[in-house]
Design a protein around this ligand. Structure first.
Ligand code: MTE
Length: 574
């Protein structure tokens, strides 16, 4: 139990209670129920040994089953794996005939007092112990007494072998054939069925929810990324929002609640346009995975894109809602809530510091246009927040609510995800409360061409290397160094910071360089080399530079991956 206290990712399911320190109440519940409800011939011996072979920590594994939170699921699976070795005894059902329950019997188990049962693909599971350990785990209770399928339709990530294996340990019986047939007849609707069409060139990291990045060589073709190719990072199904009835609520300011329609946003406030790069905290996570496995989508180098965003300034909207100097005394944060919801009705959410939101130089937008057209569905139609210089996670899409507050957003993604840790921190020791939420991102660059593993011809004599570079917090990229010989010698790349691809024009105002720079260098092929290790590294206006290797910045969630980017190509002799 000591371990549980150290793992705040679990607090999403409710605070620790005295019950969590005792296994006894949960076991008592189990035993009580066993005597009254076990109608079939399932072996009680099996069931008892099952109680004893499981540690309290292990039970927390189910936390991810309904919640859909990557980190929590990852955490649980990690522990499941780690503890599998210790789980000796039998599991229920092995070598025994399982009791058969009707749906009506399952439906009686919807509370801690009556037990919490769920069904999945004709099997009945008792997850009472898990819920007993998580008094705040009311999300799980939504499925109590019924089928898990509608929830898993929402979180396709759970429909994996190892999650099923984890659930199987809680199996107590089978659903009657008649009720299984009835369940199968009620097709659980796919919450992703109204997701938009996507460009076939995108490299898909996960289909439901949809997460994809463009091929790197296409990414550096255009300074402004075409919206269809802009990376897409969704945690939930894309909500369908009717622009005619759309309403944005602004709360927490002296003026009371301000409600704005899309038309209000477009007509009551000046339209402001900002070219800003968005980057996911997990961009280049795959390189961390090569050092040691991390938890999260295996992003390549293209979870980053650049667009022209237009909309109302957040500052202007907050002023209209009553923001004034007195507010600073009591508020520190601006929270955002999306209209995308999980199975429990909880929205995606995030927050940014108030000073970024209200600063004239912050350029935070409530954007209704992307690249000169309505924001596409995947990118937040009809309104999203664009927080230039800040990690993608805070750029909340499908914006429904803005709350000015003394507190950061309480959302999972602000509190228990998108934070950086030491390479020495693992899932056993991580304390999410100990680290600040990522806001401004560090200096970043990557090579988009040639591709890793490519081949160049010796007869070409020169090689052109291309890529992107960007830094968070409005810090301008001032230089990109490129090496063709593994870092022995370096060339300075030419930076491009306009749509026409011309060499860098007038610099943006200091501290407001929100957009990336594309870069290119053409250099002689090193003599006699049969393989080249090409490296790039960027420098920003604060002289921040990228770390040279991945291991010292490795972290368990694989965020903030910004080491020198390296690709290897072989040289084909004539
Ligand atoms: N906003 C909502 N409402 N829901 C989300 O899932 N994902 C966030 C952010 N805003 C997200 C969201 C994350 S993690 C990122 S990186 C960016 O949106 C991605 O924006 P994009 O899909 O427009 O590239």
């Amino acid at each position: 139990m000591q371990f549980l206290r150290r793992c705040p990712s679990l607090t999403r399911f409710g605070p620790l209670s005295p019950q969590r320190n005792e296994v006894a109440p949960a076991v008592a519940l189990w035993t009580l129920r066993l005597s009254s409800s076990s109608s079939g011939s399932g072996s009680r011996e099996d069931q008892r040994s099952y109680q004893h072979t499981r540690s309290p920590i292990w039970r927390h594994g189910l936390a991810g089953l309904l919640a859909g939170a990557g980190a929590v699921l990852a955490y649980s699976l990690h522990h499941h794996k780690a503890e599998q070795a210790n789980v000796s005894g039998q599991t229920i059902g092995k070598g025994s005939t399982l009791p058969v329950f009707s749906q009506a019997e399952v439906a009686k188990h919807r509370s801690l007092d009556d037990g919490v049962w769920v069904t999945y693909q004709g099997n009945v599971y008792d997850i009472t112990e898990f819920v007993a350990m998580h008094p705040g785990g009311d999300k799980i209770l939504l499925a109590a007494g019924g089928a898990l399928e509608p929830f898993w339709a929402l979180y396709a990530v759970h429909n994996q072998e190892h999650v099923l294996e984890l659930l199987s340990e809680y199996k107590v019986g089978l659903l009657s054939k008649e009720d299984l047939k009835k369940q199968q007849a009620v097709k659980s609707s796919d919450p992703y069925s109204s997701d938009p069409e996507r460009h076939p060139a995108l490299r898909v990291n996960s289909l439901k929810p949809f997460n994809a990045e463009p091929p790197p060589e296409i990414l550096s073709d255009s300074y402004i990324t075409p919206s269809a190719l802009f990376f897409k990072r969704n945690h939930l199904p894309v909500p369908q929002v009717d622009p005619a009835t759309y309403q944005l609520r602004v709360e927490g300011l002296p003026g009371g609640v301000l409600t704005l329609s899309l038309e209000d946003l477009k007509t009551r406030f000046p339209k402001h346009t900002v070219t800003a790069t968005l980057q996911c905290a997990g961009n280049r996570r795959s390189e961390m995975n090569k050092v040691k496995q991390v938890k999260g989508l295996n992003w390549g180098i293209a979870a980053i894109s650049n667009a022209k965003w237009s909309g109302a300034r957040l500052k202007d909207v907050l002023l209209a809602a009553g923001y004034g100097p007195d507010v600073v005394q009591r508020a520190r944060h601006v929270q955002f809530e999306g209209l995308d919801k999980d199975a429990t009705g909880t929205s995606y959410g995030a927050s940014i510091p108030l000073n970024k939101a209200v600063s004239e130089e912050g350029d935070v937008l409530l954007a209704y246009e992307m690249n000169g057209a309505d924001i596409p569905q995947d990118h937040g139609f009809p309104v999203r927040v664009v927080v230039p210089g800040v990690v993608g996670a805070r750029n909340v899409k499908w914006l429904g609510k803005i709350i000015v507050s003394s507190e950061e957003s309480s959302s999972h993604w602000q509190q228990n995800d998108y934070k950086g840790f030491s390479p020495g921190t693992d899932w056993d020791t991580v304390d999410f409360k100990s680290a600040p939420a990522i806001q401004e991102l560090p200096i970043q660059s990557a090579i988009t061409a040639p591709a890793d593993g490519g081949v160049v011809d010796r007869s070409d004599e020169t090689l052109t290397v291309k890529g992107y570079a960007w830094s968070g917090g409005g810090r301008e990229v001032v230089r990109v160094d490129v090496s063709l010989d593994g870092g022995k010698t370096w060339q300075v790349a030419q930076l491009k910071s306009s749509e026409t691809g011309q060499a860098a024009e007038a610099s943006p105002p200091p501290g407001r360089a929100w957009a990336w720079k594309l870069w290119e260098v053409t250099a002689p092929l090193p003599h006699h080399a049969q393989e080249l290790e090409i490296i790039c590294k960027a420098v920003d206006s604060s002289y921040n530079m990228q770390p040279d290797t991945v291991p010292p910045i490795w972290n368990l969630r694989g965020v903030l991956s910004n080491a020198w980017h390296r690709v290897k190509v072989s040289v084909r002799e004539d």
